[in-house]
Design a binder for this molecule. Structure first.
Ligand code: HEC
Ligand code: HEC
Ligand code: HEC
Ligand code: HEC
Ligand code: HEC
Ligand code: HEC
Ligand code: HEC
Length: 423
């Protein structure tokens, strides 16, 4: 996992008040979600008196609808952590305005962003369409294991069970990750233990039934009764990374992972920085006083901003295969002569509106290539070493098919290889 991806953005803002905590160091061993045997003594967290008692929870296993409460409640946190949490809440409230606050003045960017997967890449499972579809279907048979998952949804829980292999255990799914343009993968986060699981089944665009989550062939073998029954175990840093790339902001590691602290989706302020001051000033006609906006000084800084999530050479495994690399657009672009030899003129914005969903209009894409590769160049460009070669092979064909082909990644999902080259 990349170093970058795991770090939370906006560390530039002083977080000194957030005492580096050993909170996660003494973390309890994984306790199966929903069992009463969870040890939380290390954390000094009291069970919420209002939440189900342990006995009630144990007996609730028999009643199909009752859900174990696996969330942390602020009132039960140790004072030191509660203080950090309150400081964090205040920091967020004082600095972030939220996407809706931008809509009135930047209607075009807002509308484009609504179309983009960025704006809906993290959904609470209980609020998702998939949850109601699955509870209607009732169950899913695994394609590779002798296993049957059953689903029960209520207004505030979505529970997964496998009575044959993990009797009495109900896993409450927390988040549905991904917009569904390609896929949506559910994760369960157990706030009491700060561990989780990426479920073995995901929803894929164009398919009614859920299917195997990409890369889960590796987990075909599993120990019955363990969390592996349900999917890939996640530790706290895996969960933070996952939420970190699919959210606008999530709390730093000194604060426990809590659903209520995540600002879901890659919102305006993930790329432009917290802009509450800009909104406040703009309402009084002083929008420009809140500059500098998070500006991308040059192509390199731009590339880094996207690479924090879309990934470049710093986050790819040395033996990553070509089909895996095609998924990481900054990795490819940074290797392309189009980027390296165009004097800092090429960024993702040359071909995409960063606010909008990807256009599949091929003529538009070709026009973008030809815009540079037109054979003509002025003296300044020549001096800067910008050569605009015309294809000697098929100058009027579909450039993308040959120089940025779609590479199959998993199942029917493919990505266009952004390492633009003669293949
Ligand atoms: C009340 C109107 C208003 C609201 C609300 C508002 N803006 Fe602006 N914004 C402006 C104006 C006016 C400018 C142009 C300022 C200038 O460059 O002189 C601007 C400029 C910008 C720019 C370009 C800055 C540049 O360097 O060229 C960005 C980016 C931006 N706003 C983002 C946001 C975001 C994100 C939000 C929501 C959190 C937001 N704005 C909310 C009025 C608004
Ligand atoms: C380093 C940042 C990063 C991390 C960590 C990360 N993702 Fe993503 N994820 C992305 C980016 C960027 C995309 C869009 C490009 C792509 O599809 O690969 C994406 C796409 C997806 C999609 C497809 C969405 C769609 O419909 O196109 C799913 C599903 C997904 N991620 C699930 C997860 C889950 C589950 C985790 C954690 C267990 C996770 N991701 C961790 C960055 C990340
Ligand atoms: C994925 C990152 C990203 C997100 C999310 C994002 N922006 Fe931007 N935005 C950019 C980049 C990059 C630019 C610089 C312009 C360019 O290169 O095309 C920009 C430019 C702008 C500008 C200046 C436009 C101009 O023509 O000068 C405004 C205004 C703006 N964004 C507002 C918003 C608002 C409002 C949202 C949320 C609804 C938003 N942005 C979400 C990356 C983002
Ligand atoms: C900002 C200008 C720019 C854009 C846009 C651009 N290129 Fe390039 N491209 C260059 C430059 C500069 C070079 C290196 C000099 C040359 O070969 O002309 C280059 C080189 C190439 C090469 C040769 C690569 C090699 O390794 O020898 C190919 C193939 C190519 N571009 C295809 C494309 C395609 C296809 C697109 C559209 C998807 C595109 N380019 C968009 C500027 C651009
Ligand atoms: C906080 C992490 C993050 C950052 C930073 C980020 N992205 Fe993304 N991006 C994602 C994720 C996650 C997705 C997949 C969204 C989904 O579920 O469909 C995505 C999807 C996209 C898409 C496809 C959207 C669609 O609807 O087809 C484009 C294009 C894109 N990003 C461009 C950019 C550019 C350009 C930048 C930098 C200016 C950038 N992103 C920065 C996380 C990020
Ligand atoms: C049918 C596949 C195909 C299509 C379509 C195609 N190219 Fe090429 N392109 C090639 C091949 C093969 C070469 C290598 C030619 C050689 O080395 O003799 C090449 C070479 C290039 C080069 C390097 C300069 C050169 O000619 O050696 C550039 C730049 C380029 N193509 C750009 C483009 C652009 C822009 C488009 C779209 C307008 C395009 N190509 C369409 C296959 C294709
Ligand atoms: C030279 C043009 C060009 C540049 C620069 C470029 N892209 Fe793309 N991108 C494309 C084309 C062409 C497609 C395929 C569109 C289609 O489906 O027809 C694409 C597709 C995508 C997709 C959809 C998934 C896929 O691979 O098909 C994402 C996400 C994406 N680009 C992100 C980025 C990011 C992030 C950057 C900057 C690091 C970037 N792109 C730079 C041309 C470009």
């Amino acid at each position: 996992m990349s170093k970058k991806s795991a770090t939370i953005p906006f560390t530039v803002f002083s977080l000194r008040f957030l005492i580096a905590s050993v909170f996660l160091a003494g973390m309890v061993t994984w306790a199966v979600l929903g069992t009463a045997s969870v040890s939380i003594s290390h954390l000094d967290i009291d069970e919420d008196p209002k939440a189900t008692t342990l006995e009630a929870r144990a007996s609730s296993r028999d009643s199909r609808s009752a859900a174990p409460d696996r969330r942390l409640h602020e009132a039960n946190l140790p004072p030191r952590i509660r203080q950090s949490l309150m400081a964090w809440r205040e920091f967020v409230a004082n600095n972030f305005a939220g996407d809706e606050a931008c809509a009135e003045c930047h209607a075009a960017e807002y509308a484009a962003h609504q179309r983009s997967g960025h704006s809906r890449t993290l959904t609470l499972m209980t609020k998702s369409i998939l949850a109601s579809e699955l509870s209607e279907q009732g169950m899913h048979k695994d394609s590779r294991r002798e296993q049957e998952f059953t689903f029960t949804a209520t207004a505030d829980t979505f529970l997964v069970r496998d009575e044959a292999n993990a009797p009495g255990i109900a896993v409450p799914v927390t988040w549905l990750v991904g917009s569904g343009i390609h896929a949506q993968t559910p994760i369960a986060v157990d706030e009491l233990t700060q561990k989780g699981v990426e479920l073995r089944w995901s929803s894929f665009a164009g398919h009614v039934e859920v299917g195997l989550t990409p890369d889960h062939e590796r987990f075909d073998e599993f120990v019955p009764g363990s969390i592996e029954c349900f999917g890939r175990p996640l530790d706290a840093s895996d969960i933070r990374a996952c939420l970190g790339c699919h959210s606008t902001i999530a709390a730093p590691p000194s604060i426990p992972i809590m659903q209520s602290l995540v600002i879901a989706n890659v919102g305006c302020e993930r790329c432009h920085g917290p802009r509450k001051d800009h909104v406040d000033l703009a309402h009084h006609g002083f929008a420009e006083q809140a500059k500098p906006m998070l500006k991308y000084e040059n192509a390199e800084a731009y590339m880094d901003a996207c690479a924090a999530c879309h990934r470049d050479e710093n986050s790819v495994h040395p033996d990553a295969k070509a089909f895996e690399l095609a998924r990481f657009q900054p990795y490819g672009i940074k290797r392309s002569k189009c980027y390296l030899q165009s004097d800092g003129q090429l960024t993702c914005s040359t071909c995409h509106d960063p606010h909008d969903t990807v256009s599949h209009d091929r003529l538009r894409s070709i026009a973008q290539c030809v815009n540079c590769h037109d054979g003509a160049h002025d003296a300044g460009q020549e001096a800067a070493g910008i050569v605009k070669a015309i294809c000697s092979h098929e100058p009027s064909g579909d450039c993308i098919e040959c120089h940025m082909p779609a590479v199959e990644w998993a199942g029917e999902i493919s990505f266009h290889d952004h390492w633009i080259r003669v293949q």
